[in-house]
Design a protein around this ligand. Structure first.
Ligand SMILES: *Cc1c(COP(=O)(O)O)cnc(C)c1O
Length: 390
């Protein structure tokens, strides 16, 4: 048998060991972690909806009406009126004929790639795609290739060399660990030219980017028709849980018939769908959250520049600070925590070797004072920890 203990010890030595902290209350900027209060900059609750009183109240009402669990898969009798209404409202929000709920974004991506690909097809992916998209491509049975990050030219060259095959391009909209956006217009042009499908997973952009919160496509001014398959998740900007795929009727019916991660799993609790419907209402009716978030992003980037910290070309709430070695990133994160600030150290294999980083995320529920506190802490801790081991 393999020596698990030795492998774990090696992982620890390399600074790659992962462990969990325990959250003692709701997902808010000031939160209880391991029994103490910290100011957190690592949640994906970008709009501050995870603990919004109206979302919480809708969740309660959903439970009163539907009970706790859905009881079965969507295709048996677990597909409730709440799920159906949410699908219609999500489709309307993203401007597509239909939407289909999945239990998680991971499952949505696996479902899309496996339902749309056949053996002999080609899947092309950005090298920095989210793990669920990479796994989806590997599981699809198609020939799997990656192109350099955000390199639509390489993507097109690869398409051209597979002229005779069906091809699927999979990309994050807003990249989860780098915070930059994919060159969607260029990828769409390449897809159109070679009759390939473009699938955009906009887990981090939806609700957050664009005037109306319609995500990376709206932010970049890309035509909906150029992205025939849009994946969204509900556990980030929406503040709840779950995911969806949006597109035309044939796409959605194909997924219902063939996506195994849709068919062979229990539907999410209907109350979660009721809570998400309320999140969506707030996303549509209260654009001030996006505006406030953008103000905070500008404040952080300007302040970082003043203290000589290099931030990448991130455009949204994900603002990584590159550190390099995993041990140094962990040291930074631990020193920040000692100062009451929680920021995750992201290390391989989540990101490529040599690019360990602090992944700062901002939320509309942060204040300008919170960002000031963050900048003060970064200015003293990062220069110390990034060079020497703290
Ligand atoms: C978080 C994330 C997912 C997974 O979504 P879950 O609902 O958490 O499973 C998929 N794609 C991207 C780009 C993500 O960031």
């Amino acid at each position: 048998m393999r020596d698990l203990n030795a492998a774990l010890a090696r992982r620890r030595e390399q600074g790659l060991y992962r462990s969990r902290r325990i959250l003692g209350g709701p997902q808010t900027p000031r939160q209880q972690i391991d029994g103490r209060e910290v100011l957190s900059f690592c949640s994906n609750d970008y709009l501050g909806l995870a603990n919004h009183p109206e979302v919480v109240a809708a969740f309660h009402r959903g439970i009163d009406h539907y009970g706790a669990g859905s009881g079965s898969a969507h295709l048996v009798n677990g597909h409730s009126a709440a799920h159906e209404a949410l699908e219609e409202e999500l489709a309307d929000f993203v401007g597509r004929p239909r939407a289909l709920l999945f239990s998680t974004g991971y499952m949505a991506n696996l479902g899309v790639a496996t339902a749309l690909c056949e053996r002999g097809d080609v899947v092309l992916e950005d090298r920095l795609n989210h793990a669920s998209l990479l796994d989806a491509g590997l599981l699809s049975g198609a020939r799997f290739q990656r192109y350099a990050h955000a390199d639509a030219v390489e993507c097109e060259r690869r398409l051209a060399s597979h002229q005779d095959k069906h091809a699927l391009i999979l990309t994050d909209g807003l990249f989860s660990m780098d915070g930059d956006v994919a060159p969607l217009a260029e990828l769409a042009a390449a897809a159109n030219k070679h009759d390939a499908w473009l699938v955009v997973d906009d887990a981090h952009g939806l609700g957050v980017l664009g005037e109306a919160g319609r995500g990376t496509l709206e932010y970049l001014g890309v035509d909906d028709a150029d992205v025939p398959v849009l994946v969204g998740t509900l556990g980030k900007g929406f503040g709840t849980f779950g995911a969806f795929v949006a597109g035309d009727d044939d796409l959605i019916e194909t997924l219902i018939q063939q996506a195994r991660t849709y068919i062979y799993t229990t539907a999410p609790p209907p109350a979660v769908a009721e809570a998400t419907r309320q999140s969506l209402r707030l996303i549509r009716e209260e654009p001030w959250r996006r505006a406030h978030l953008q103000t905070l992003i500008k404040q952080l980037r300007k302040g970082a520049q003043q203290i000589g910290l290099e931030l990448s070309n991130a455009v949204g709430p994900i603002q990584p600070v590159m550190i390099g070695a995993p041990e140094a990133a962990v040291a930074c994160s631990e020193q920040l925590l000692a100062n009451g600030i929680l920021i995750g150290a992201i290390r391989p294999p989540t990101v490529p070797a040599g690019t360990s980083r602090l992944r700062i995320t901002l939320s509309a529920s942060h204040s300008a004072d919170d960002v000031e506190l963050l900048l003060n802490a970064l200015s003293t801790i990062v220069p110390l920890c990034a060079q020497a081991e703290c």
